[in-house]
Design a protein around this ligand. Structure first.
Ligand SMILES: Cc1ncc(COP(=O)(O)O)c(C=O)c1O
Length: 481
């Protein structure tokens, strides 16, 4: 019987010096990234088969003429993503799998603008869960405790909406009204239904803003480190994306460049470092926007969860002419629902609505109708109250159990765990080998990270899993830091 190429096993490493592994020293892309991309491509195309042994980092570094760190970091990244597996004392092997992973694991298509570089794809949350791993990568809420009766009621209500042939680009009037009320209560800004457009989430909202305000020759600012999807979305709308550095409190307003059409920022809980932009900086940010005729895009993705600190109202309320607020149910309910909002001045929303119609973009009306009922009957508020308590408990547990004090923990569903630079990749790799998946600041950085550490999301991890993960992380940190 012929052996499947996916099951081939070799114990002697090949020399991997063919053109596929040529590294370009003049490229702005770090050598480690070039190497991990080349290896990933070779594995996804089958040039490197599962079970195949890779050269030792020392030998590979010599073959390629690079420092050993370049190779160890590339290997660690691929370990963390599940492409490689280590057998103690016997080397590094291409991980066994039934078939090559789905598309998206190879280098981005050449037509993509260079600024639209996406971060390295990772195993899906479902796959990680199915493998019994603890997933502490940030971004996911707890979705297993929703009120089933309320959910069913909402969908029965949605089913009563007859299909329409003319979807309103602003969204269902009733939902806009309810969202305006919800935002007045939770985000302390004067918002009426005319200020609200219903979207499918923050990403959709940012894309529409980009489509309306950007284009070739424009420049858009994003935080660094920051939300890499914002970078890709704005670049895909033709802007040159400029990195705006942040510190532990948020975006550094004195370092905002001139000539930006807009800046994307996360003032309530900077992604990923977790800072909360202090009032004087908020004022400077708005003054900068006025002086530069720029818009501030306030990404309010997780502001509804706040711990031990008083609420800071949304930036939007301070200057509705200069701020566009983007919100989402992705954290409060689930990203699967696909509901978000843009809050802006009515004239700007009109422009966005025109763009939306031109792009044939819309939010599903049945989903809006179901969401409206969840808001109307107070189900969403009840869910939020319950989840605030649950997330506060998980956050406390994480802080108590970790031997290193996290930072950026006053809001949201993730924290930052500062580590010495040399320890980050080995800790991520060891944790992954031991069944705990975490992110680090490299993934949220466009250039070389200015801050080093882990980004730990605790929203979707059960307390039992959090305990297990903290034990693994403490040991890995003690070994490598
Ligand atoms: C900074 C930031 N913005 C927005 C989102 C949510 O985006 P969406 O509403 O498109 O799901 C996330 C999710 O992780 C995020 O981290």
């Amino acid at each position: 019987m012929a052996t499947s190429p996916w099951k081939r096993k070799t114990t002697v490493p090949r020399r991997l010096t063919e053109p596929a592994f040529h590294l370009d020293r003049d490229s702005p892309r770090p050598l480690t990234v070039q190497l991990s991309d080349a290896l990933r491509r070779a594995m996804s195309e089958g040039t490197l088969a599962p079970g195949e042994r890779l050269p030792s980092s020392r030998a590979f570094a010599t073959q390629l003429g690079v420092s050993r760190t370049v190779v160890t970091e590339a290997y660690q990244q691929l370990y963390a993503e599940g492409w490689l597996e280590g057998r103690h004392g016997s080397g590094t092997f291409v991980a066994e799998r039934e078939a090559p992973p789905a598309t998206g694991h190879t280098a981005p298509p050449p037509t993509r603008p260079p600024e639209a570089r996406t971060s390295t794809p990772r195993p899906s949350r479902r796959r990680v869960r199915d493998q019994g791993m603890v997933d502490l990568r940030p971004g996911a809420p707890w979705v297993r405790d929703h009120d089933r009766a309320a959910w069913r009621r909402a969908w029965r209500h949605a089913a009563e909406h007859p299909p329409d042939d003319d979807p309103d680009p602003f969204g269902l009037p009733r939902l806009r009204e309810l969202l305006a009320g919800h935002l007045r209560r939770t985000r302390g800004a004067r918002i009426g239904p005319d200020n609200v457009m219903v979207t499918r989430g923050t990403g959709n909202g940012l894309d529409l803003v980009g489509a309306a305000l950007l284009g070739a020759g424009t420049r858009a600012g994003v935080e660094e480190p920051g939300y890499q999807k914002a970078r890709s979305i704005l670049a895909a709308r033709g802007a040159r994306v400029v990195s705006c550095p942040v510190d532990q409190d948020g975006v550094l307003t004195e370092r905002l460049p001139r000539g930006l059409s807009l800046v994307h920022t996360t003032p309530a809980h900077q992604y990923p470092l977790g800072g909360r932009l202090p009032i004087p900086r908020r004022e400077r940010l708005l003054a900068w926007a006025r002086e530069n005729a720029a818009m501030v895009v306030e990404d309010d993705y997780d502001a509804e969860f706040r711990y031990d600190v008083s609420p800071l109202p949304a930036l939007y309320g301070l200057d509705p002419e200069r701020v566009i607020l983007l919100g989402t149910l992705s954290k409060t309910l689930s990203p699967d629902v696909g509901i978000g909002w843009i809050v802006a001045e009515p004239a700007l929303l009109e422009r966005l609505a025109d763009v939306r119609v031109d792009l044939s973009d819309r939010t599903s009306v049945p989903v809006q109708a179901a969401t409206a009922l969840l808001l109307e009957r107070g189900d969403l508020d009840r869910h939020l109250r319950r989840m605030r308590l649950e997330y506060a408990r998980r956050r406390r547990l994480l802080i108590e159990l970790l031997h290193t004090r996290p930072t950026g923990d006053t809001a949201g569903l993730h924290v930052m765990l500062p580590l010495p630079e040399h320890a980050v990749a080995p800790v991520v790799a060891e944790a992954s080998e031991r069944g705990v998946l975490v992110d680090d600041t490299t993934r949220a950085s466009h250039g070389a990270p200015s801050v080093h550490g882990l980004i730990l999301g605790y929203g979707s991890a059960h307390p039992t899993d959090l305990r297990r993960a903290c034990a693994v992380l403490n040991e890995a940190i003690a070994r490598h830091a």
